[in-house]
Ligand binder design. Structure first.
Ligand SMILES: *Cc1c(COP(=O)(O)O)cnc(C)c1O
Length: 272
């Protein structure tokens, strides 16, 4: 298996066992501490493979978290937040207009009929997976006079995730995207298999990176493929070892969510 880094650590474990156990952050200091701990984990993973941590962006994921707690996270330094449901994200954006430099990244599946909402307020959309959606977003963005950074979501695990393009469909998809310019493709995004077996999780991340490397050889010039958004609270160290440039981390910053992950990804099975 080709890897771009000198010494990826095949011994790195997933941390799914921690899910449901991260304490809720209730103060600005809790957030500062959790962010520092996550950055320590990022730095350690980078060090194992000789990467510069500057090349890894932490995207805190605030889904299900209420406004009061989001404001604490903002005070602790968060300036971009990920949300997987567009209506929830839009409500929060409206409610926190006073935080002028707080930006929103929509990271979950989007129905075409909600594209106009994303076009109105989001700075980034990480779950692009259909041409119809791309065309609708492009049109709505033009109308709003806005642009949007997007990631193409890839189903790297086949059997478990019901969203995202099949890897073999991505090349054709990129060729067919509208070229008028409001949508700016930055890279690929994936959810790994939700498994306690690190080798299976790692294989998903390797698949995404290898796909990106292949696509680079033929992608149209206006398509950016520098970014790989992969890794969450339970597996972001492995993702970093395999080349992640964005890690999407919720529970390790905000605390455990009340609902199980199966609520957010209906097709996934619980961790083994
Ligand atoms: C919720 C979510 C995350 C973050 O998961 P955590 O376990 O809270 O770190 C990452 N990516 C997507 C698409 C999500 O919906």
């Amino acid at each position: 298996m080709h890897t771009p880094y000198p010494d990826p650590d095949p011994g790195t474990q997933t941390r799914h066992a921690l899910h449901g156990h991260y304490p809720r952050a209730e103060t600005v200091d809790d957030f500062r501490r959790n962010l520092a701990l996550v950055h320590e984990r990022i730095d350690a993973a980078c060090q194992r493979v000789g990467r510069d941590p500057v090349g890894v962006r932490l995207l805190p994921v605030s889904k299900t978290i209420d406004e009061a707690h989001i404001r604490l996270a903002y005070q602790a330094g968060c300036r971009v937040l990920g949300e997987n449901k567009v209506q929830e994200a839009h409500h929060k954006w409206e409610a926190m207009q006073d935080l002028g430099d707080l930006r929103w990244s929509v990271i979950g599946h989007l129905q075409t009929n909600k594209a106009k909402l994303v076009a109105r307020f989001a700075d980034e959309f990480q779950a692009l997976d259909s041409l119809r959606l791309a065309e609708t977003l492009e049109r709505r963005l033009q109308a709003e006079g806005r642009s949007l950074d997007v990631f193409v979501q890839v189903n790297s695990s086949n059997e478990t995730s019901k969203y995202g393009l099949a890897p073999e469909a991505v090349a054709g998809f990129l060729q067919a995207l509208p070229r008028s310019g409001a949508l700016r493709v930055r890279g690929l995004m994936t959810l790994a298999l939700f498994s306690a077996e690190p080798a299976q999780v790692r294989a998903c991340f390797v698949r995404l990176r290898e796909l990106r490397d292949q696509l680079r050889q033929h992608a149209p010039a206006h398509i950016g493929l520098d970014e790989l958004s992969m890794g969450m609270s339970g597996d972001f160290e492995i993702a970093i070892e395999e080349g992640a440039s964005v890690v999407r981390v919720g529970q390790a910053i905000f605390g455990a969510r009340a609902l199980p992950d199966s609520h957010y990804w209906p097709a996934t099975t619980p961790a083994d």
